[in-house]
Unconditional design. Structure first.
Length: 430
């Protein structure tokens, strides 16, 4: 059995989609295990750009079976948009190729209305949600009043949707937000249920059976380690488990498959973040524009889901070491190395200073980073354009030194390096 987990080692947006695409070429199943359509994974194949929010990136490969695991929350409207987009691109999206866990939870218009109303209620204390209903859907799951995909198979599904909207309206009324009419929501989700029934399955059993048969399962994480509900920069986090161990609960797999699992931590060559929350190594002004880009290109630092400009900064080695420990990373995949070409020097955060002490580990996790001042190590930059490089030895010596220092700080070797947005723009370091 072979389980490979692709996990973001920062605040998301690390470029996991194209790394999943790389590994999917040799996999049998590609499975998302957490989050919802607040995630955005981009894969570039020739002149075609695929932006996926729910369906695993691996589905672009014709031999892959794509799984939406039980740890996810699913907006059917977004799902159908993605299915139609893929079909228009000539990619098969049949019940044989796309499987939805019966235990995954549904996102409804009521969840979206609650998300926006609650964020508005927070005012200046807002946490920067996407407004897509992710948090309220996970709240319903935790309080045991959520709707699962299995409910779509029940004869009284419409009654359950109606009760759900009525309950949400009570909260919307207290928040002085507009209430929803249950009838059109019920009608819409009745139609969704009819279309989704062939895709709903016991995906936990299917994945277990596949692994027992020696198949390769690629577990695709959404968001990043520093957005994990337990181990991220709480409360500026998402509502699900974004770490590699979350793949087991998010897909319904046992500990037996964890032994020997390959865990690939995806790391951007610099640091980015969308929305509110601490960011010790953040930079501003001309350097920020240089790292972020202008937004003219799909690979510039603007959120795939929200379109919001990402905050940018130097790579934080302290947080990377922390993420490596939490995930049990066995190797690193570095993305966007090409963006650093042309900088005379690079700063790399190797420690924090707090009350006169140097820290290379976080005493109480990543929730409160406000007491820490980053300590930087300066490394030489390189002027060469690396976008055409395909062999490690052809990278500039300065780039090799930078990558080597990242590996030292993380405690894991660098195996893949992305030097551009295209599928083939990857350097493999065996």
């Amino acid at each position: 059995m072979t389980l490979q987990v692709i996990v973001g080692a920062q605040w998301g947006d690390e470029g996991k989609g194209r790394i999943v695409d790389w590994f999917a070429a040799q996999a049998d199943f590609s499975a998302r295990y957490n989050g919802g359509d607040n995630a955005g994974h981009t894969v570039t194949v020739g002149s075609r750009i695929f932006k996926l929010h729910l369906i695993p990136s691996g589905i672009i490969h014709p031999r892959i079976v794509a799984i939406l695991g039980n740890g996810m929350v699913v907006n059917p409207g977004t799902l159908f948009e993605e299915m139609d987009m893929l079909r228009q691109a000539g990619i098969s999206v049949s019940p044989e190729r796309l499987r939805l866990s019966c235990a995954a939870h549904l996102i409804t218009p009521a969840h979206q209305a609650l998300d926006k109303a609650l964020e508005a209620e927070r005012g200046k204390g807002s946490i920067g949600t996407t407004g897509r209903g992710i948090g309220p859907a996970y709240t319903d799951k935790a309080t045991r009043r959520g709707l699962r995909l299995a409910d779509m198979l029940a004869p009284d599904f419409c009654d359950r949707i109606g009760d759900h909207v009525t309950e949400a309206n009570r909260t919307l009324r207290m928040l002085e937000a507009p209430e929803l009419d249950p009838e059109p929501v019920c009608e819409q989700y009745r139609e969704y249920a009819g279309r989704l029934k062939p895709f709903i399955a016991d995906t936990s059993l299917e994945l277990h059976t596949a692994l027992q048969a020696g198949k390769t399962v690629l577990a695709e994480g959404a968001q990043g380690t520093l957005l994990d509900i337990d181990f991220g920069t709480y409360p500026f986090v998402t509502s699900s488990s974004t770490t590699a161990p979350g793949a087991l609960t998010g897909l319904g797999l046992g500990l037996d498959v964890a032994c020997g699992a390959r865990v690939v931590g995806v790391v951007k060559a610099f640091q980015t973040r969308v929305g509110s929350g601490p960011f010790p190594t953040e930079v501003f002004d001309d350097l920020a524009l240089r790292l972020r880009g202008t937004g003219e290109h799909p690979w510039d630092e603007y959120g795939t889901t929200t379109g919001r400009p990402r905050r940018v900064g130097w790579l934080d080695g302290v947080l990377l070491k922390y993420a490596n420990r939490i995930n049990g990373v066995s190797e690193l995949a570095i993305t966007k190395l090409d963006i650093l070409s042309g900088l005379e020097s690079l700063q790399l955060c190797t420690a924090y200073r707090c009350e006169g002490k140097l820290l290379t580990d976080l005493p109480f996790g990543s929730a409160d980073l406000s007491p820490y001042e980053p300590v930087y190590e300066e490394l030489s930059g390189w002027r060469e354009d690396v976008s055409a490089v395909r062999r490690w030895e052809d990278l500039p010596s300065e780039a090799q030194a930078y990558l080597g220092r990242i590996a030292d700080l993380a405690g894991a070797p660098v195996r893949l390096v992305s030097v551009g947005p295209e599928r083939e723009q990857v350097v493999n370091h065996p």
